[in-house]
Ligand binder design. Structure first.
Ligand code: PGA
Length: 259
């Protein structure tokens, strides 16, 4: 089972994960970071800014989880643009070393395979940040996604389009299709760090961590990963049956273990 860490706030979670990422980059200057978009990972990126001052990030590589299909090149809500705005520029990463699946219609048939090849050539992801959708998706792997799936085009659920409509003028502007790393792709990352904040995520978190392992709740794939850390605030932890045990285990976590 995944390790579950319950913290008082997204800020505390951001600090904990940022510390781990800094340790990784110091140990391995060309570390491969698995980058996530959405609101959830923002505290991590924010906490990284001061911590990376004076750390050489010129060799750091990164791969985003997913992208919308069919947005015009340079659209500010494309995940390519979001990753540049929220991660690459603030952290001073080399944009040439950061990849996002290509969502342009031109070449979309082989964009998934190309991305898989690039991930393999990079030697795989060291630490993969993940959010979880209210419908249980990770990346854009909606319910029903195969645990063996690789990067491919998917159709977003109506729920996900509603959840993401806040970034667009209206829900009609939210793309119907996306390209996302598959669950099989995500499972190859050496360390998964799934973050969730707020009561709206409580059911998805409880299902993912304590429910049945099922493609109907793609986040439950974390239960099959040898090194998965799930970090939640109190509200997102509110449906967890074993919350007291997770608190007890974290309070007694051996210092040498790291995250
Ligand atoms: P959010 O999205 O971080 O904006 O809540 C999470 C997700 O859909 O994976």
């Amino acid at each position: 089972m995944a390790e579950v860490i319950i913290l008082p706030s997204p800020t505390a979670a951001g600090s904990l994960v940022a510390d781990e990422i800094v340790r990784l980059v110091q140990r391995r200057p060309d570390a491969v970071l698995g980058l996530a978009t959405g609101s959830t990972p923002l505290p991590v990126y924010k906490a990284l800014v001061p911590r990376l001052q004076g750390v050489d990030v010129s060799q750091v590589r990164g791969f985003a989880l997913d992208e919308y299909v069919g947005l015009p090149e340079g659209d500010p809500e494309s995940y390519r643009a979001v990753i540049e705005r929220e991660v690459v520029r603030p952290l001073g990463l080399d944009p040439a070393r950061i990849q996002v699946p290509k969502g342009s219609l031109d070449g979309i048939e082989h964009a998934g395979e190309d991305y898989e090849r690039a991930l393999t050539e990079a030697g795989g992801v060291d630490i993969q940040l993940l959010g979880i959708g209210t419908d249980g998706h990770i990346g854009f792997n909606e319910p029903g996604s195969s645990f063996a799936s690789l990067t491919r085009v998917k159709t977003l659920t109506e729920q996900t389009r509603e959840d993401n409509a806040r970034f667009f003028p209206s829900i009609d502007d939210v793309p119907v299709h996306c390209i996302t790393q598959g669950l099989g792709t995500i499972m190859r990352a050496r360390h998964l760090v799934l973050l969730a904040f707020g009561a709206g995520k409580a059911d998805a978190v409880a299902g993912a961590v304590e429910g049945a392992v099922t493609a109907s709740l793609p986040g439950s794939a974390v239960q099959l990963h040898p090194h998965a850390t799930v970090i939640v605030d109190e509200a997102a932890a509110s449906s967890l049956r074993f919350a007291d045990y997770y608190r007890y285990a974290f309070a007694n976590k051996p210092a040498w273990q790291g995250l």
